[in-house]
Design a protein around this ligand. Sequence first.
Ligand code: MG
Length: 379
Amino acid sequence: MMKKICLLGSTGSIGTQTLEICRALSLPVTGLCANRATDLFEAQVREFSPRIVALSDPKAAHEMKARLSDLSLTILGGEDAPSRLVEEVDADLVVNAMGGIVGLAPSLAAARRGITLATANKESIVAAGHFIREVAKKHGCTVLPIDSEHSAMFQCMQGKSNSKTYLSRLLLTASGGPFKRRSVDELWDVTPEEAANHPVWKMGKKVSVDSATLMNKGLELIEAVRLFDVDESDITVLIHPQSVIHSMAEFCDGSIIAQLGAPDMRTCIKFALTYPERCDGLNQPLSFEHLDLNFSVARDGDFPMVDLARDAIRRGGGAPCALNAADEAAISLFLNRKIRFPEIFTTVASFYDRYKHEAVSSPEDVLRLDQHIKQEICN
Ligand code: MG
């Protein structure tokens, strides 16, 4: 059966790669969502002919209605448009490729409808993953990770004898970021352009800066705890500059299972789109000629952002939300040239410290705390 796909965040890096796969595998796209009324979004709508689309900016929705007046489709606009799209769309799979905590409401909407959710929106999993999981469980929604490391872990845990029951730890690999050979003094001169240019993976701006500060690995550590319900202490961060092994699972009998491949997000997206089957198409072969793999274990103190993330997930409550909000706000200040690169660390650390004790008992609490922290940082 051809799965009908609803894609949120279609003009971003994961979004455009998801559509490449839909095109290659002839998967029907029934819903699309973006922020702004761009030429790219218009072209996507014309190519894939979804029945319903959403734009989170109401003005953009207005503009799109004019641009697409020759087509018959529903166009939703406004902050809640992504969630309304998920509530109304006829789809078997929702792909959440939105960036930031704004991805939380539509992920919850998919979970409430019991529609399989393939998510690349790590901010919502970090800040509110336990709520998403709770709702998903209640409504029989399967959550599939798209992030390469979590897709790898998930793949390594398929099958009875390598299920979570026998797991002893997860090995989360990290390329080390683009600045691993620079001294702290040199980091003051890092520009947003340099930080947004990752040497191995082709990614969006926010996640590239997160990779440069190693916060990305911190967020991914929390993401793994949330997705697989493991202890933070059972996750080892492993520096592996080649990014060929995307992560590993170690089992109680001493066996370690790894997932390998060329560093290409399309492999992880394709796995989520075709799960539990596998499918040929757009494959990038991994060459074993001259393949030289290196590893080093990240110790406490090596990466301050990973240490903060460990602290946040151990504390629980609003701490992961506080960390994520401080990070999102600090990165937007950096990308807008309001703070320098090393100040991302100090901003995140000081605001995390201020808000790490906050309690959250619902997704609404998470959103309120998130907003409050971002306002404090940006004012
Ligand atoms: Mg990743």
